[in-house]
Design a protein around this ligand. Structure first.
Ligand code: HEC
Length: 266
């Protein structure tokens, strides 16, 4: 396994050198094509499945009875309907909030333990990223279908939309500053226009992603956190309701997209 991973990475490094001269707009597509048969995210998916099925926590139970919205233990197709309203907690949750909830209620972890390390660091892997990779992969090929039926789902969507358009901070930036026009870039990076349905669909349906620049599978939480930093806003609280609302807005704008993650990105 490790050898295969190294071979992929070596090949990627070579590919990166070549693509540095290619049109930047095509980069992500080049990675996608190149790695059609071998995205390193697959290692994460396998780890995640193991974590899902392994007994853990003070209660020594697995997450296999976790209800991600389609009934206890149903992983297939759960992600394309998230975020959603959960009646047992009377709130809208995204995948990571729900995972935290299951780790607390099923496994008996405290909130602090359940949220201790959401993102991997060099030499220190997170449990959450692989779990997210495993769960999202089980929705591959399905259509994004966030319902937006419950009043609290509608409310979360409206809050997310407001957050997207809200400009503030030292630079008076909002998401809308960088993501509302075609063919914009910062340095060498393309800025997708998230108000354009096609682009919004393509972007949302390809997160989480194995990020070549970071050597890890990164979740939507991580992507939004980076963008909030780009916006010169303070760091958001991990798995906060504000992130869930933003995710709800983005997920709904991707309605109908064929889900294709974990993908691979720069
Ligand atoms: C100052 C500019 C800036 C602001 C403000 C900003 N972003 Fe971004 N965003 C970026 C850059 C740069 C990238 C990375 C593009 C790349 O790597 O190809 C990015 C990428 C993304 C992506 C992933 C795109 C992809 O192709 O996969 C999403 C989703 C996103 N931003 C959402 C948001 C949201 C939501 C907000 C508001 C909370 C926001 N961004 C605010 C600059 C910004």
């Amino acid at each position: 396994m490790r050898l295969i991973g190294q071979a992929i990475l070596l090949a990627l490094t070579m590919q990166l050198t070549v693509s540095a001269f290619a049109d930047d707009a095509e980069d992500n597509d080049i990675y996608a094509e190149f790695l059609e048969d071998g995205n390193p995210a697959e290692f994460s998916e396998i780890n995640g499945e193991e974590l899902w099925k392994t007994k853990a926590g003070p209660n020594n139970v697995s997450l296999e009875q976790c209800d991600l919205g389609k009934g206890p233990g149903v992983v297939e197709g759960a992600y394309v309907e998230l975020p959603r309203y959960f009646s047992d907690v009377n709130k809208v949750m995204d995948l990571e909030q729900r995972l935290i909830h299951c780790r607390m209620t099923l496994q008996g972890l405290t909130q602090e333990e359940a949220t201790k390390q959401p993102f991997s660091k060099p030499g220190k892997a997170s449990d959450i990223e692989p779990l997210v990779a495993y769960i999202t992969a089980a929705s591959k090929g399905m259509k994004m279908a966030v319902k937006l039926e419950h009043p609290m789902e509608k409310e979360a969507y409206e809050i997310g939309k407001k957050l997207f358009f809200h400009r503030a901070g030292s630079h008076d930036f909002g998401c809308v500053t960088c993501h509302s026009a075609d063919n914009k870039r910062i340095r060498l990076q393309n800025l997708p226009n998230l108000l354009d349905k096609k682009q919004a669909q393509k972007v949302y349906a390809t997160w989480p992603a194995y990020r070549l620049s970071q050597g890890e599978v990164r979740s939507m939480q991580h992507r939004l956190r980076s963008c909030i930093r780009q916006q010169r806003f303070p760091n958001p609280k991990y798995a906060s309701d504000a992130i869930t609302a933003l995710t709800m807005y983005l997920a709904k704008s991707a309605d109908g997209a064929v889900y294709a993650a974990p993908a691979i990105k720069r």
